[in-house]
Design a protein around this ligand. Structure first.
Ligand SMILES: Nc1nc2c(ncn2[C@@H]2O[C@H](COP(=O)(O)OP(=O)(O)OP(=O)(O)O)[C@@H](O)[C@H]2O)c(=O)[nH]1
Length: 398
């Protein structure tokens, strides 16, 4: 489920171009995972194919001897590593860490093998400089990885390459300087582009999360709204309960005589009472498991996964009792107290196999709420749901 949105949560640690909050960063990575997987597959397979194809240039430069064979072996190791990294994306489709690990290992092996190419083919140093520039850009921009890892791999391999060239002593001073400056340029621009790309992706994610939050939450109470319930939550929880043969409970509650609160104390006071009620419902439910939805004006719906009818009735009773003891100070020294009525239903998929429209479950809880209203208010009405509304034994809990 997406986290609640506020600006502080989306602060970006700019130098590493990641969300400062680890939970948000991991939500972001999960959100990107599908895209990351396909990008890693395409980039690594493409690189592996080219890396092996360059064997032709080794053979042309060195002949088909021992050194060419060593380079071929190195190139094949890199290609196999790329294939295994691609396989990681199928074996562990939800693990971004394994994807990064696979990508990093392949990049390190690729750079190490390239050092061998430089050693065995010192005459081609200017071409190698061009190759390592391209490889650095690929590391920064095309193979998905954390910016920090890409930067470390890009910089270390470039430094090692320059050190090798100095040691081989094939270039004049000005040539060496020109090459080093070009490598600095490709690393600098590669890193800047990767940094900018990482920031843009995160900004897109932030906007997406803010809009999603606005479209799914009620502005007054901060609870989820009916749209979220109908379009996402209920379907998701029903399919999960169905798949694992679990029980799922729904509670609908409504403040009694709420119109009188508005009429007597004003709309703002009514709003404050609604906020108190919503906070109380949230405080009594399990964080990150249960969901409190503002279902209508002064009506709230609570979805309780892995909860049977008895558990849900017990919770509704606690809510009813807690509300009686919780007043709202609507003006200095003026406290408004309210009661609420509850309709509770639960479906147990260990016993109910058939598919049914999600509205039927909510309809039944709604009907029970109105029974509670017509039975004098401030009480809980409960009924097990058996796949069709109305079937089952009704219980008046209080
Ligand atoms: N302050 C405030 N009032 C609201 C809001 N949404 C709905 N209402 C009011 O809630 C009241 C609901 O009144 P009714 O449906 O008659 O229900 P009730 O007075 O609670 O009576 P029972 O439910 O039968 O106990 C109406 O006066 C609506 O205007 C809101 O966001 N803020």
């Amino acid at each position: 489920m997406p986290p609640t949105v506020n600006d502080a949560v989306f602060r970006i640690a700019r130098w590493r171009a990641e969300f400062a909050d680890r939970t948000i960063e991991s939500h972001f990575n999960r959100h990107q995972l599908r895209h990351t997987r396909s990008q890693v597959r395409l980039a690594l397979l493409f690189c592996a194919a080219f890396y092996v194809a360059f064997t032709i240039t080794d053979v042309l430069a060195l002949g088909f001897g021992r050194e060419a064979l060593i380079l071929l072996a190195g190139r094949v190791v890199v290609a196999v590593s790329a294939l295994v990294s691609c396989a990681f994306t199928y074996w562990y489709p939800h693990s971004i860490r394994r994807i990064w690990l696979g990508a990093s290992i392949t990049e390190i092996l690729g750079m190490a093998t390239f050092a061998l190419v430089v050693l065995f083919r010192p005459h081609d140093t200017p071409w190698h400089a061009m190759s390592i520039s391209i490889m650095a850009l690929v590391v920064y921009l095309y193979i998905p990885n954390r910016l920090l890892y890409a930067l470390a791999i890009g910089v270390i391999s470039t430094v090692v390459f320059v050190a090798l060239v100095v040691w081989l002593d094939r270039l004049t001073g000005p040539e060496l300087l020109t090459m080093s400056m070009l490598l600095l340029l490709s690393n600098g621009f590669g890193c800047m582009a990767a940094h900018r790309y990482a920031l843009i992706r995160r900004e897109e994610f932030r906007v997406h999360a803010v809009l999603k939050n606005l479209s799914e939450r009620d502005a007054l109470t901060g609870c989820h709204n009916r749209r979220y319930l109908q379009q996402e939550l209920l379907n998701m929880e029903l399919s999960r309960a169905r798949r694992f043969k679990l029980s799922l409970a729904v509670v609908i509650c409504d403040i009694d005589h709420f119109k009188a609160v508005n009429d007597t104390h004003g709309h703002a006071a009514g709003d404050a009472v609604l906020v108190t009620f919503a906070n109380l419902l949230r405080s009594l439910t399990r964080d990150g498991v249960d969901s409190v939805i503002r279902y209508g004006g002064e009506e709230f719906l609570i979805v309780l996964p892995e909860t049977d009818l008895d558990g849900a009735v017990h919770l509704a009773e606690r809510m009813r009792g807690a509300l009686i003891g919780a007043g709202t100070e609507v003006a200095p020294g003026r406290v408004v107290g309210v009661t609420a009525s509850f309709g509770v239903t639960a479906v147990n998929f260990a016993h109910v196999e058939q598919r049914f429209a999600q509205e039927l479950l909510v309809d039944q809880a709604d009907r029970l709420l109105y029974t509670a209203k017509s039975s004098g208010r401030n009480n809980v009405q409960a009924l097990q749901f058996h796949g069709s509304p109305g079937a089952g034994e009704r219980r008046k809990a209080a």
